[in-house]
Write a protein that binds this ligand. Structure first.
Ligand code: ZN
Length: 477
């Protein structure tokens, strides 16, 4: 047992979390952790499957009296986001995660902790290694959740008999998640063609935005740097010529910066226009992104700009692509559909545009947003590609497992839980698509700053959630 974890409760959950923390498990590099989970099952004489995508499935029969209870899937992911503080000497491919405790929270030393989703995995392992009463269990630990859910996506659903799914990859004690968004990608590319006469190169940058997750934070109405730059470029269409355009870094992050290289005839006039834009932006984003600004810098070189018709296509495409919240539920507090024009790149052949639309109601995406964007591409004569749709999880009118969870929570904690859906993705959508009739719920302990080196989880909350999980299982008879 890791010294730091000694004496923590529930003992088995923290024991297994300590073991997992010793094993490298960045997304896409799961061989060792997958083998560890498989060998764990074998050492406990449990039926186990390791599929070709390294997903691990462990089955345990129901306790006495629970032999005929509905089968329950406990599910989490074995990979973690690997981020460390600058200048820290840590090799995620071989070094164990160093743990520390501060004020009742478990942290790592200058790296992500991997409580997302190591705590969920450890809870499932603790259940498998315990004598608690439970229905027949199918524990599924997937790979590569953080990068693209490819483990869950490639899973063979026929391996399962589960009726209920308890996903352990949420955070927030007292919250039950009962719905998530699906999504897709739609990418455009415009081929480059240059003019024969060059000009002085300048850069127009949009900066100072705070960004955020394109699902979980989309309701905050943060500025999208790509979109803002598109508006500005259209205003400057007679003042500058476009050379190249880049913005954002990930399709699932709201872009914080975007940059256009342009040639400029009258830099003073462009600067003056940008000053006006700064007033407009400061007003529009005064409560969400007050530090936003646009700036012109002289690159001190000569370049050849793109043909004007390409510039016009680029601005039309950006300005006609809707981003941010597209629709909201009138039943619960939830964004139903959204889009993020997350990344723009320029290579030697094309300017490319990468969108990540999401939707909690499939048809709002597949029968509305995507067709609209296809029509836009056709009108503007722009090549596009639509990625495959990953299914969401629509909030069910009725759900037995949801009712059991709510009742158990009330009985244990004498409080009302919060029940809702999220606009981000969970693997539940994919699993429900593959295993027909699956009734699902998702929950987890209080955890903060996920995917960053300040990630931490409440020790007390882990205990509460484990108690809750065991009691829910005991009640599924
Ligand atoms: Zn996760």
């Amino acid at each position: 047992m890791d010294k730091v974890l000694e004496g923590l409760k529930p003992e088995k959950v923290f024991y297994y979390f300590g073991e997992i923390s010793k094993i490298p498990r960045c997304s896409g590099k799961e061989k060792q952790i997958s083998d560890y989970l498989y060998n764990f099952a074998k050492s406990k004489n449990l039926e186990a499957i390791q599929d070709e995508h390294l997903n691990v499935i462990i089955k345990k029969p129901g306790s006495r009296g629970y032999e005929n209870a509905p089968v329950v899937m406990l599910q989490g992911h074995m990979d973690m986001v690997c981020e460390k503080n600058e200048g820290v000497d840590h090799d995620f491919d071989k070094d164990p995660i160093k743990l520390r405790i501060q004020d009742g929270y478990l942290y790592a030393c200058d790296t992500t902790l991997g409580a997302d989703n190591g705590i969920g995995v450890a809870m499932a392992m603790a259940v498998l290694d315990s004598q608690i009463e439970h229905p027949p269990l199918e524990v599924l630990i997937t790979t590569d959740e953080e990068k693209g859910m490819t483990g869950a996506n490639k899973l063979d659903g026929s391996l399962f008999k589960s009726k209920y799914l308890i996903n352990l990859d949420s955070e927030g004690e007292g919250v039950f998640t009962a719905g998530c968004a699906g999504g897709s990608e739609i990418d455009f590319k415009i081929p480059l063609k240059y003019q024969n006469t060059g000009g002085k190169a300048f850069k127009i940058s949009v900066k100072g935005l705070s960004g955020g997750h394109s699902g979980a934070d989309i309701h905050k109405e943060k500025g999208n740097a790509n979109k803002i730059l598109g508006r500005i470029l259209y205003d400057l269409i007679d003042d500058v010529d476009l050379v190249s355009l880049v913005g954002g870094s990930k399709t699932n992050a709201i872009p914080r910066e975007a940059h256009a290289v342009v040639t400029v005839k009258d830099p003073a006039r462009v600067s003056e226009k940008l000053n006006k834009w700064n007033e407009i932006l400061k007003n529009e984003y005064r409560s969400t992104d007050p530090d936003v600004y646009a700036v012109l810098t002289d690159l001190n070189k000569e370049v050849y700009p793109l043909e004007k018709y390409i510039f016009k296509k680029v601005t039309a495409l950006i300005n006609l692509t809707p981003v941010g919240v597209l629709s909201k539920s009138t039943e619960i507090d939830l964004v139903l559909s959204s889009n993020n024009l997350g990344v723009i790149t320029t290579d030697d052949k094309y300017i490319r545009f990468f969108n990540h639309p999401r939707s909690n109601v499939e048809t709002l995406l597949t029968k509305d947003f995507i067709p609209a964007m296809e029509q836009l591409a056709s009108i503007l004569e722009i090549e596009y590609e639509v990625g495959s749709y990953y299914p969401g999880w629509e909030y069910a009118k009725e759900s037995k497992i949801r009712d059991i969870c709510i009742e158990t929570y009330r009985d244990l904690f004498k409080k009302e839980p919060v029940v809702g859906a999220i606009h981000a993705g969970l693997e539940c959508g994919l699993l429900m698509d593959k295993i027909p009739g699956l009734d699902a719920i998702s929950f987890g302990p209080d955890a903060y700053d996920g995917h960053s080196p300040s990630e931490h989880v409440s020790i007390k909350s882990v205990e509460n959630i484990y108690t809750l999980l065991c009691e829910i299982l005991r009640r599924i008879k």
